[in-house]
Design a protein. Structure first.
Length: 146
């Protein structure tokens, strides 16, 4: 059982989602269409920055940040550019869910603002991947709903 409050647990959960997203984007980079190299690099950097900011927020709350797992399981096999784009989209869905959950559990304005910005960024990245995959509509009115 965790001794963390809801806001701190939300930050921990969001950090785990960011760790998984950084790992997923490593797989995406290996299989992605070469025309998407810059997009993949930009999204990877965004998740790394969000991961680092979340670690900083946990430290500021005097909570030890958990370390990443050695590896994360992909929800499906990634074997080509299409499945790589699908994995990128799934990583954005997963981070959206985690950040929305943090917003719901936040008790401070700073944490809520962090969650709103992170959710917004993930929703925009998801819409980009959905467009690439030909999903219509490419965005959702309420991102992060499980």
């Amino acid at each position: 059982m965790s001794d963390l409050g809801p806001e701190q647990q939300g930050l921990v959960d969001a950090l785990h989602a960011e760790y998984a997203a950084v790992f997923a984007y490593g797989i995406v980079a290996a299989f992605s269409n070469s025309t998407r190299t810059e997009l993949v690099a930009t999204n990877t950097a965004a998740h790394r920055a969000r991961r680092d900011a979340t670690i900083d927020a946990l430290r500021a709350a005097s909570v030890a940040a958990p370390v990443p797992e050695p590896a994360y399981a992909s929800p499906f096999p990634v074997t080509d550019a299409v499945s790589a784009a699908q994995l990128a989209a799934q990583a954005e869905v997963d981070t959206s869910v985690a950040w929305r959950s943090l917003i719901e559990r936040s008790q401070s304005g700073a944490t809520r603002d962090m969650g709103v910005q992170a959710l917004t960024d993930a929703a925009v990245r998801l819409a980009t991947w959905q467009q690439i995959l030909g999903v219509s509509p490419s965005s959702t009115a309420f991102p992060g709903q499980p």
